[in-house]
Design a protein around this ligand. Structure first.
Ligand code: 5GP
Ligand code: MG
Ligand code: MG
Length: 179
């Protein structure tokens, strides 16, 4: 599996340090409220589980699964809800936890959908951001790393459902796509 990686973009240590910082910022910002952390499955699972361990305030977690139609490495903006939140969110402070924002289409759809449920607030925290790929005007409130326009895997992110369990963010070798 690690043989398929051309380059490690973000190491395990860099991830840990950054997520510690993000956890501290969120803990301070949400210390007087009990935020609902919304993990967008499946890519954000590792980020979510590490992030909440760095937050020393009361919080709740929930999960959403969405699929966007289109080619495998680009999203179309047409989003289908595969799993909705378990509980109602009216009046709640939501923190959407994402693995990566690329075109922004998936997340902008999700934010619109959740806003219609009369939430008190929504903030977006993403581990990775590819801002130059944006097709809609969407900015995360907090982001871990801005990365170049390369398809990355690991630490929750997949290629054809593989590589999610790598402990770092890496770039795949081109021959893996061509196989
Ligand atoms: P967007 O709607 O912002 O274009 O797409 C966001 C989703 O596309 C992410 O949540 C992720 O699932 C997928 N995605 C975008 N860029 C990458 C990438 O570089 N690597 C991987 N593995 N998935 C990506
Ligand atoms: Mg995602
Ligand atoms: Mg994927």
């Amino acid at each position: 599996m690690e043989n398929d990686i051309k380059e490690i973009l973000i190491s395990k240590e860099e991830l840990d340090q950054k997520i510690t910082e993000l956890g501290a910022i969120l803990s301070e910002e949400y210390k007087d409220t009990k935020p609902l952390m919304v993990c967008v499955l499946k890519g954000a699972i590792l980020f979510m589980s590490d992030l909440i361990r760095k937050m020393n305030i009361p919080l709740e977690v929930d999960f959403m699964a969405v699929s966007s139609y289109g080619a495998s490495t680009e999203s179309s903006g047409v989003v289908r809800i595969l799993k909705d939140l378990d509980r109602t969110v009216e009046g709640r402070d939501l923190i959407i936890v994402e693995d990566i924002i690329d075109s922004g289409l998936t997340l902008s759809y999700l934010v619109d959908l959740l806003n219609r449920r009369n939430v008190k607030s929504i903030k977006i925290v993403t581990l990775l951001d590819k801002p130059h790929r944006r097709k809609v005007d969407l900015k995360p409130d907090l982001s871990g790393f801005v990365i170049p326009d390369e398809f990355v895997v690991g630490y929750g992110l997949d290629y054809a459902e593989e590589y999610r369990n790598l402990p770092f963010i890496g770039v795949l070798k081109p021959e893996v796509y061509q196989k």
